[in-house]
Design a protein around this ligand. Structure first.
Ligand code: FES
Length: 173
C-alpha cells in the first residue's frame, strides 16, 4: 500500500449511531464506532487487556466497552474506565490505551489515514474537482476473494468484457 494517504473504507451509514463495526482494511483488524455525540472512532480490534475483539463490545455513552472485562475506550483509544478498579479509582489507565487511527467523514464516506498520523492532511480525496454539480454516484458492496490490486485492474480492463463475458454482461458489445 502507499503510505500517508486517505483511503475510503466504508460508507458512513454503515456505522449507526451508537454502533460498532468490526472490519479488516489494509490488512488491519479494526473496530469502528460512533459514540453518543456522533463522533467516529477507529481503534485496533484487540483489547489491550487480554486481547478480546473490541468490535464485539458495546457502546457506553462516548466510549466503546470491551465485551470481556468492560474496559472502556474513547475515540482516541484512551482507556477511560476499568470496572475492576471501581469508579473511585484514580489509577493511571494509560497503559491500557489502544492504538487509534485517524478517520474522517465526508460525502457519506469514511476515510482512514494509512501511515504516519503526524502527516495527516486535511484534504480528502474525491471527484469534486473533475465533475459538476449534476454528478451523482452510488455504491455497491461485493466481496471478492482477491488481492485489491487484481480487483482494480479487472475493473479498469473494460475491453475484456465482450470477449470473456460474451454471453453475459458483455453480450452484444
Ligand atoms: S480483554 Fe478487554 S477488558 Fe479484558
Amino acid at each position: 500500500m502507499i503510505l500517508n494517504q486517505w483511503y475510503a473504507i466504508l460508507p458512513s451509514k454503515s456505522v449507526k449511531p451508537q454502533g460498532i463495526v468490526g472490519l479488516k482494511r489494509l490488512n488491519l483488524n479494526l473496530a469502528l464506532f460512533r459514540n453518543a455525540q456522533g463522533e467516529l472512532g477507529c481503534v485496533v480490534d484487540q483489547c489491550s487487556h487480554r486481547g478480546a475483539a473490541l468490535s464485539k463490545g458495546e457502546m457506553k455513552g462516548n466510549c466503546l466497552m470491551c465485551p470481556f472485562h468492560g474496559l472502556e475506550f474513547d475515540p482516541r483509544g484512551e482507556c477511560t474506565f476499568v470496572p475492576a478498579l471501581g469508579k473511585a479509582s484514580t489509577a493511571d489507565l494509560r497503559r491500557f490505551n489502544v492504538t487509534a487511527y485517524p478517520v474522517r467523514e465526508k460525502h457519506g464516506i469514511i476515510y482512514f489515514w494509512y501511515g504516519d498520523s503526524a502527516k495527516v492532511t486535511e484534504e480528502l480525496p474525491f471527484f469534486a474537482a473533475h465533475v459538476d454539480e449534476t454528478y451523482v454516484y452510488s455504491e455497491i458492496e461485493d466481496h471478492w476473494e482477491a488481492h485489491y490490486s487484481r480487483c482494480i485492474e479487472n475493473q479498469l480492463d473494460v475491453v475484456h468484457v465482450p470477449i470473456v463475458h460474451h454471453n453475459t454482461i458483455g453480450k452484444g458489445n
